[in-house]
Ligand binder design. Structure first.
Ligand code: 13P
Length: 339
């Protein structure tokens, strides 16, 4: 895999009007999501649900890639076709989450560091052979009294850089995800400050580790008021604060920024992306890599019932289409109704 190939994969993931579906929930997280619609989480129900997502008709109009979990990239559709092939046969790139989750950081109460570097080269090679074209590693940074600490930010940035370098070595495009969490009553200004410090540390580490930025994507949080903040910032303010923070800290060599939704409602996540793209051209593509904001309506429509699969797939298609419009700043509230 040459630098040029990594670059074209990264660019294809943020092709015009398209974004990424994050469907890489760990077993613990997908079990919570399925419990919210009273579906028991078994290997088979998880497979069935992920097959529904991957086989959504025409999703490739707005979805460039789907991030899968270890279990899913080894699973097949009912007709025996591996799910990764179901995706690639319609031009949607399969991706993989190779991290082992955010674990409590020793000596730093309330802070976490993402594990999974040991044996990562071999795992990434296997995932590539199973069809993955890109990876995603999520670090989480919490805001609270006295946190985040410099030690936590730097430990996570270091792990992200080691992961990104290994991905590029085996030919996968690394999506680098440092997520500043929404939890807390902090202001949008505090979120901006922490996000900027985190991104600066991440890009310093990527540089030290010789990661080729043109062959990467960034998956950040948007700059938002904390979930419990008494006066939460509106759409325009979020868009401006997010773009300002990113412009300060993300090199122009990065081809695209694909936001996580992080607990925003599906409509909020679309509105915010739309407002940013309506501000005009930026050095990078501004796109989406949503998990909950794309899947919530799907789960609600499906409810674990085979008879609802078509409706559930329509819900995914619709949400993807609206986010596709938000990539051009052309999303309107009226489009919500036109399901
Ligand atoms: P959310 O959009 O639900 O935050 O999920 C995105 C993701 O992949 C988190 O790692």
């Amino acid at each position: 895999m040459t630098k040029h190939e990594l670059e074209s994969t990264a660019q294809a993931l943020v092709a015009e009007g398209k974004g990424i579906l994050a469907a890489d929930e760990s077993t613990g997280t997908i079990t919570k999501r399925l419990a919210s619609i009273n579906v028991e989480s078994t290997e088979e129900t998880r497979r069935t649900y992920r097959e529904l997502l991957c086989t959504t008709p025409d999703m490739e109009e707005f979805i460039s890639g789907v991030i899968l979990f270890d279990e899913t990239i080894r699973q097949a559709a009912q007709d025996g076709t591996p799910l990764s092939e179901v995706l690639s046969s319609k031009g949607v790139m399969p991706g993989i989450k190779p991290d082992k989750g955010a674990k409590p950081m020793a000596g730093f109460p309330g802070e976490r560091v993402t594990e999974g570097l040991d044996g990562l080269r071999d795992r990434l090679t296997e995932y590539r052979d199973l069809g993955a074209r890109f990876g995603k590693w999520r670090a989480v940074i919490a805001i609270g009294e006295g946190i985040p600490t410099r030690a936590c930010i730097d430990a996570n940035a270091h792990a992200l850089a080691r992961y990104a370098a290994l991905c590029q070595e085996v030919g996968l495009v690394p999506i680098v995800e440092p997520e500043v969490l929404l939890d807390g009553d902090h202001t949008i200004e505090r979120c901006a400050e922490v996000t900027e410090a985190t991104l600066r540390s991440v890009y310093a580490a990527l540089f030290e580790h010789r990661v080729v930025l043109e062959g990467t994507l960034l998956k950040p949080n948007m700059v938002l008021s904390g979930k419990d903040c008494s006066e939460r910032a509106g759409v325009e303010e979020v868009a401006e604060a997010t773009v300002r923070t990113l412009r300060r800290a993300v090199p122009a060599a990065v081809p695209g920024i694909v936001f996580l939704s992080g607990g925003q409602s599906p409509v909020e996540a679309t509105e915010h992306l739309n407002a940013m793209n309506a501000m005009g051209d930026q050095p990078w593509e501004l796109s989406f890599s949503y998990g909950r904001a794309l899947q919530q309506p799907v789960l609600k429509a499906w409810l674990g019932d085979t008879g609802n699969v078509v409706e559930a797939q329509k819900a995914l298609y619709h949400r993807a289409k609206l986010n596709g419009a938000a990539r051009y700043g052309e999303y309107t509230k009226e489009m919500e109704e036109a399901a």
